[in-house]
Design a protein around this ligand. Sequence first.
Ligand SMILES: *Cc1c(COP(=O)(O)O)cnc(C)c1O
Length: 376
Amino acid sequence: MVPGIHRPAAVKVDLGAIRQNIENEVKHLQPKQKLFAVVKANAYGHGAVPVAKVAAEAGASGFCVAILDEALELRRAGIVKPILVLGVTSPEYAPLAAANNVSLTVPDLEWLKDAEKELRKEDLQLKIHLAIDSGMGRIGFHEDREFVAANKFLGNNKSFFVEGMFTHFASADSANSDYFNSQVKKFNHMKSLLTVKPKWIHVDNTAASIFDKKVHSDLVRFGIGIYGLNPSSNPDGPDLKADIKLKPALSFESELTQVKTIHKGDGVGYGSTYVADGDKIIGTVPVGYADGWIRKFQGFKIKVGDSYCPIVGRVCMDQFMVLLPHEMPVGTKVVLISNDSKAPNNIKAAADYVDTIHYEVACLLSDRLPRVYYNK
Ligand SMILES: *Cc1c(COP(=O)(O)O)cnc(C)c1O
């Protein structure tokens, strides 16, 4: 999708906030602990390359991405620090990763055997991290026997350099630590089976680090915290308190492209889910679900000028309408998502409104929205 640079709608990213969030986390690290900045999915919608460059300056020792293409994007941009692909990459691309000094995740023994064949053809050595499924049920070794066999396979195997071993928590963001502790126990057990010596053994995501979970981790895979967002998912109460200061980096802004008065009985949008019961002033915003601003936002209040105004009618693919309290000129500023965490349209409030998490709201913002960087 082409970015719409001739339309007044953009995602604004405060790189100064990103820098501060990382610096705050670096100060909070334990002795010898390192920070890997998680910039997968285009840095959670914020833009992978600009975020990674600031992260490197602010003290990140390396990066995590989800897929190999994201790692190659960073390499093409001149980033030389370690990069780990967190997902499973097809073994046929092991040589491509090795040639670009990108570390891959190992999900199982069969993957190792297949990757070895590919690496031997080109006489390359690949850096790997052994994934442990300690209870996420997603990727990694789960059975003792297979993990022991993989360790044996790796002993003196020149095709691989065992850079890491890691697991991922399902509920580090929760006040209840029972499941978290069961994962730690399983991971420690798998660790006791190691015969190879990974350089980094790592478990922490943002939540495990900033809620001070009692677990050892050589690296923090710092994701959502970079963007200034608290990962706590506590539907029944306030967020868990983060141990570091977080400043949201993302805002989403547009402008009114038309303002008009409609009259009693006039509908707004597909299916006329809003019908005026008298004279109403309606503003049009040139953003829609093709930008990731989903239909569920109908009814959500966004800031237009100085007022918070409800979205009326269904959100269309490329436009939606708001109910204005009074006449406002075309070109009036519209803030769909505020980077002020106290504003009623902050990203967490937006996510709550559409029954999801802020991670998803940020990732959905599509490539049609230019990313504009400030406080560089
Ligand atoms: C996405 C991801 C992270 C980062 O998680 P945050 O909650 O954003 O800090 C860390 N580790 C793995 C394996 C991930 O997939």
